[in-house]
Design a protein around this ligand. Structure first.
Ligand SMILES: [Zn+2]
Length: 578
């Protein structure tokens, strides 16, 4: 960078207002932070004043503004230029937005944040956008990895999408046998509920074509009764116990986790996300990344296993932490299979299946009841993954029971996905103030899969219209890696219900720009009990915002996903600039 005569930080300082935070070295530098950006001790003087903007605040008391002032990482004034400019003092940076649009930072309430996968693994599809790949390209990439991998060790591929393949057919065991017969080979569907294995993997797992399906999963066969390579949900567990994998020292693992988190944080802010609910991950690495000034977005940390057990044992409740890293709900406790991979639990079978297949239930009612009660008792916000109507019914039964046995105010039990609903489920969701985190980018990205469900079901799937009409605080949950996380792609899909392929599904669920913005900002804050500190451009709240090159209220709704993100700020500090 030096050879250009100017480093990145100086460059930003010259072109934007990033220096508010950068003055204390926050941009990808050694130490954050928004907390330390007070350049001028005079309480009347702001760190940053933005004016000449079209600000959509997502605050019903004042939906539009043209300027705001930021001090100590928070909005101190939102209004017109005269009001905001009154906060300009000696050390104040100013930013003329030249009539660009500014909205609150976007919030994604369900994300697996697989940073180290993106950095270190074989990626066989496009994680971020609609792109078709060939099966030959998948085989080539895996073969290249196999050539560098000792025999007997696993070769893994990630981000496969079965409907984004140029050949328009499923990947199969014969394709993967071309990668290697010495290595177990697996390709993971980006949806996370199905995987495709080669013959070596089946052999090591001791599965033959007569092995019965276990509870909650299947080994799929072709018309001749042979394995086709596809294995769903819990049937994959046996493969995890066989074969060898590269091992890393604790230091190497730490470094990989740190690098992965820092990497994905940059990707989030590139798309305008300033808060993301993480499904698990390395809490230690997360704190290290923050300490190094490389955490550019805020994290609601959703966990299970050892950390959840430690929380329950030691009395750590939802909400513990601070505005950068906070314990949120539990990690999604799975009640059924996947929407995109067609394994979610339906009350009527999937069309054309014989014997009739209604999806996978992955826990019992008793299991859900025990789990929900235990979590609720510990003061932790429960969060279940439920896609199909059957699974959502079971989860609601467990939540209703827990609230009856252990009444607590304002629990906001969370249902991740909450995909296929009906009037009775909506009534129960509203009655218990359940917060759904529903798929956002799917309406655009996954339209090629909706024919598996049909229009009648799609009228009740990703039901943002029904949720909002019923007064339910529905939020956005991209579920990355299963869906891309770009909030603007999500907003376009919610507004149009048009897919990349031009198809329209469930148009009755369309919502307005206002509503779609709210789902992706303020409702996200509500989902983690943080609506008092973020989710809108309101005095007193954290100064998380996004500058857009065009106005989503006036561009063609089919082009919203293409609006350029000009700048993303977290706590008033520039964390991304085009
Ligand atoms: Zn998930």
């Amino acid at each position: 960078m030096k050879k250009h005569g100017r480093n990145r930080r100086e460059f930003l300082g010259l072109t934007g207002f990033g220096v508010a935070g950068l003055a204390s070295g926050s941009f990808l530098g050694a130490t954050v932070s928004a907390e330390a950006q007070n350049s001028d001790a005079d309480p009347r003087h702001a760190d940053l004043v933005v004016f000449n903007a079209k600000v959509y605040t997502v605050d019903r008391r004042m939906p539009k503004a043209e300027a705001f002032a930021v001090k100590g990482g928070r909005f101190v004034c939102v209004g017109d230029a005269v009001e905001a400019k009154a906060f300009i003092g000696k050390g104040t940076r100013t930013f003329d937005a030249k009539q660009m649009t500014i909205v609150p930072g976007f919030i994604d309430c369900h994300n697996h944040a697989p940073g180290n996968t993106l950095l270190y693994e074989v990626i066989v599809g496009n994680p971020y956008e609609v792109e078709f790949v060939t099966i030959a390209s998948i085989i080539d990439k895996l073969r290249a990895r196999a050539q560098k991998t000792p025999a007997g060790f696993w070769v893994d591929g990630y981000f496969y999408d079965d409907t984004k393949v140029k050949e328009r057919r499923q990947l199969n065991v014969y394709d993967l046998d071309q990668v290697s017969r010495e290595h177990p080979v697996v390709v993971h569907h980006r949806g996370g509920h199905t995987s495709y294995y080669n013959s070596k993997a089946f052999e090591l797992a001791g599965i033959d074509k007569n092995t019965p399906n276990p509870m909650g999963g299947t080994y799929d066969h072709d018309e001749n009764g042979e394995f086709n390579g596809r294995v769903t949900d819990r049937a994959r567990a046996v493969f995890d116990k066989v074969g060898k994998r590269e091992t890393f020292s604790p230091e190497q693992n730490e470094q990989r986790d740190r690098d992965g988190l820092a990497y994905i944080s940059k990707q989030f802010v590139r798309y305008g996300l300033t808060s993301v609910h993480h499904e698990g991950g390395d809490l230690f690495a997360l704190q290290q990344v923050r300490a190094r000034g490389e955490l550019l977005h805020r994290v609601s940390f959703e966990t299970a296993g050892e950390i959840l057990e430690a929380m329950i044992k030691n009395g750590i409740c939802t909400g513990f932490g601070d505005e950068w890293i906070r314990f949120g709900a539990t990690l999604e406790h799975a009640a059924d299979g996947s929407f995109s991979e067609r394994t979610m639990a339906l009350s009527t079978p999937y069309a054309g299946t014989n014997p009739p297949y209604s999806g996978n239930i992955t826990d019992t009612q008793e299991g859900l009841n025990t789990w929900a009660e235990r979590v609720q008792r510990a003061g932790i916000q429960p969060n279940c993954h439920a896609n199909g109507d059957v699974a959502i019914d079971m989860v609601l039964t467990a939540y209703e029971r827990a609230q009856k046995l252990v009444p607590r105010p304002d629990v906001r039990p969370k249902i991740t996905h909450c995909t296929l609903v009906n009037d009775d489920l909506l009534r129960r969701i509203k009655a218990l103030n359940v917060v759904p985190a529903a798929f956002t980018t799917y309406a655009y990205y996954n339209a090629d899969k909706f024919h598996f469900y049909g229009e009648e079901r799609m009228k009740h799937c990703m039901a943002f219209g029904s949720f909002l009409d019923a007064g339910i605080h529905a939020a956005a949950g991209s579920d990355f890696s299963p869906g891309p996380f770009a909030p603007l792609m999500g907003i376009q899909g919610m507004m149009t219900r048009n897919g990349w392929n031009g198809e329209t599904w469930g148009a009755n669920q369309r919502i307005s720009v206002d509503e779609a913005l709210r789902v992706n900002t303020l409702n996200g804050a509500y989902n983690s009990h943080e609506e008092a500190i973020k989710g809108s451009i309101t005095p007193g709240k954290l100064a998380d915002f996004v500058v857009l090159a065009e106005d989503p209220y006036s561009v063609d709704p089919q082009k919203i996903k293409d609006i350029e993100i000009v700048l993303t700020a977290t706590g008033g500090s520039t964390v991304y600039q085009k």
